[in-house]
Design a binder for this molecule. Structure first.
Ligand code: GDP
Ligand code: MG
Length: 162
């Protein structure tokens, strides 16, 4: 029985880009338009000799209706079915009210969470990541899913949580 790692966060923070980076191939759909990944999509992944299932989700937004609320429910289901969660935020945008809502959702789910501050493409971005300590989720891992920066350290922590 392999562990399940769910990738959650607001639309457009780079969840699918991160999933592709972890898989080493372009399996998940990346789009400049928010909300392209509509479902939970599961992939077989491996890191440091550990096999696990990696679940990409469509993003979580608060107080949405219709299709957006269906996408958010899928993200919540993904968390419920997961053994661990990678919560992705956007280091270039900074902390948003929606991020805080997601943290509350994650807290009530009670799963181990590793916090990824994506789009930390350079050193300046890495300093920005410390803002996210205030979410109370422990160490924020600055990463660039686009360039691969920091993803190894994030995965070490995420696989530990499984
Ligand atoms: P998702 O909606 O959370 O799955 O986000 P996507 O993976 O589809 O990415 C949304 C946009 O952010 C795309 O234009 C990506 O190229 C861009 N993006 C993703 N990761 C990074 C990153 O590390 N740095 C920068 N600068 N852009 C990124
Ligand atoms: Mg996506």
């Amino acid at each position: 029985q392999v562990g399940v790692l769910a990738v959650v966060g607001r639309p457009n923070v780079g969840k699918s880009t991160l999933v592709n980076r972890i898989l080493g191939r372009r399996a998940a759909v990346v789009e400049d338009t928010p909300g392209v990944t509509r479902d939970r999509v599961s992939y077989d992944a491996e890191w440091a000799g550990v096999d696990f299932k990696l679940v990409d989700t469509g993003g979580w937004e608060a107080d949405v209706e219709g299709i957006d609320s269906a996408i958010a429910s899928q993200a919540q289901i993904a968390v419920q079915l997961a053994d661990g969660v990678v919560f992705v935020v956007d280091g270039q945008v900074g902390l948003t009210a929606t991020d805080e809502r997601i943290v509350r959702m994650l807290r009530s789910a009670g799963k181990p969470v590793v916090l990824a501050v994506n789009k930390s493409d350079d050193q300046a971005g890495e300093y920005m990541a410390s803002e996210f300590w205030k979410l109370g989720l422990g160490e924020p891992y600055p990463i660039s899913a686009l360039h691969g920066r920091g993803v190894g350290d994030l995965l070490d922590a995420a696989v530990d949580a499984l």
